[in-house]
Design a protein around this ligand. Structure first.
Ligand SMILES: Nc1nc2c(ncn2[C@@H]2O[C@H](COP(=O)(O)OP(=O)(O)OP(=O)(O)O)[C@@H](O)[C@H]2O)c(=O)[nH]1
Ligand SMILES: [Mg+2]
Length: 387
């Protein structure tokens, strides 16, 4: 399973800087727009402190986290006249068409050295511009498909007439400025939708890129901590609060980062970076949250395996059953699945990290083929290869 998050945003919103913070890849940035022409791609590990705790318990030879791929593309929102009519260029779309989710970078920071292309900082306006551009591109895709389907429907085949009806409903929906993700559809429509690779149907994660001075307050605001500050009118924090309201309405996650600070921290030894973070009063880097939330936005969970050989996190879609999870490790595990021995990570930690104690407390369960795997399950599969 290749899981990809596309990073999109206006020029100079800090996409490449965020990409660098995420990946420590050192991709090129600049104070001029369109500095990113080719896409930057990198696979990053999903931080998971459960793996570190399990490693302390099991002393494995290796620890293997799960991964997500990030793709950083050129800035959107400054469409040429041609693009406004036709949607985004094929080359650009090619980079994000296959993304499983989009991280939308919204500029909240002020930086006179890199002036905002819109003349002022206004993340809600930027978000509207970006969504409009994605919608225009989707409309062009749907229109093209309507043309070919209309031709086929002339043969009198009912299947194509139905498809045409759905496509027109889809076009009207997008035309109203609503993302395709909000459309209701049946399983037949879903097949068509999957073929269209629409951009506004992808799950979105909003990333508020704030200045370094605002990061701690923004993180507290979004975490809803009791001591979260009240944003002053017109402040950078007020922009974050407005984005939060919008994200809630859109059903999207919102994370605050300070891309430049975090990219710089990424170059420090881990211990120094951690010290700096706690001095700021931050539990984790915003960039790490982007990875984690990106992962959950994709509707993914991790189950874990732990032993002397390795401690490892595996990815499955939420709702997967035990044999599917077993198949992630080896197809033989799925084919010959007998049962799964499961303990939740929390139960193991509550038992002081002792499998023996956990067993005595009845926390180690035997589960069959209909068991739905949960995030943080530590699983040992029983299987029969000759089955
Ligand atoms: N003050 C401040 N400046 C930032 C921050 N993030 C990015 N910048 C600056 O903004 C400028 C643009 O950053 P990039 O990461 O290249 O922006 P981009 O979105 O990739 O730009 P394009 O690739 O041109 O679309 C650079 O000068 C960065 O140093 C931030 O959190 N705070
Ligand atoms: Mg860039």
């Amino acid at each position: 399973m290749s899981l990809t998050v596309g990073i999109i945003g206006l020029p100079l919103s800090g996409k490449t800087t965020l990409f660098n913070a995420l990946t420590r890849a050192g991709a090129q940035i600049s104070g001029y727009p369109t500095s990113t022409v080719q896409a930057n791609r990198a696979v990053v590990q999903v931080p998971d402190e459960r793996l570190d705790r399990l490693a302390e318990i099991f002393h494995p030879r290796k620890v293997v986290p799960t991964t997500v791929e990030f793709v950083d593309v050129a800035g959107l929102g400054q469409a040429t006249e041609h693009e406004r009519r036709e949607g985004l260029s094929a080359e650009f779309i090619g980079h994000i068409r296959n993304a499983d989710a989009l991280a939308v970078v919204l500029r909240c920071f002020d930086n006179p050295q890199a002036p905002h292309p819109g003349g002022s900082v206004n993340p809600l306006r930027d978000l509207d511009d970006l969504m409009a551009e994605l919608a225009i591109t989707d409309l062009a895709t749907v229109d093209k498909r309507i043309e070919t389907t209309a031709r086929k429907a002339k043969s009198g085949d009912k299947k194509f007439a139905e498809e045409l009806e759905f496509l027109k409903r889809l076009r009207d929906h997008i035309n109203e400025g609503r993302p395709a993700s909000e459309l209701t559809f049946n399983s037949l429509d879903e097949v068509i939708l999957r073929e269209l690779f629409l951009l506004t149907i992808k799950p979105r994660l909003y990333v508020a890129n704030v200045g370094e001075d605002t990061l701690a307050a923004a993180a507290a605001l979004l975490a809803d901590t009791p001591d979260a500050p009240t944003p002053a009118a017109g402040s950078e924090l007020a922009q974050v609060a407005a984005l939060r309201e919008r994200a809630q309405a859109d059903g999207a996650e919102l994370v605050a980062v300070s891309a430049r600070l975090e990219a710089e921290l990424g170059e420090l030894p881990a211990a120094d970076a951690a010290e700096y973070l706690s001095a700021l009063g931050l539990p984790t880097l915003g960039a790490d949250l982007v990875i984690q939330v990106g992962y959950t936005t994709l509707n993914l969970i991790s189950f874990l395996t732990a032993g002397e050989d390795e401690v490892r996190a595996w990815t499955v879609t939420r709702g997967s059953k035990a044999p599917t999870a077993a198949g992630k490790i080896h197809t033989d595990f799925e084919k010959g699945f007998i049962r799964a021995e499961v303990i939740s990570y929390d139960d193991l930690i509550a038992a002081g990290g002792s499998m023996k104690t956990a067993r005595e407390h009845g926390h180690v369960r035997l589960e069959g083929k209909d068991y739905i795997v949960r995030d943080g399950d530590i699983i040992e599969f029983r299987f029969n290869v000759s089955k």
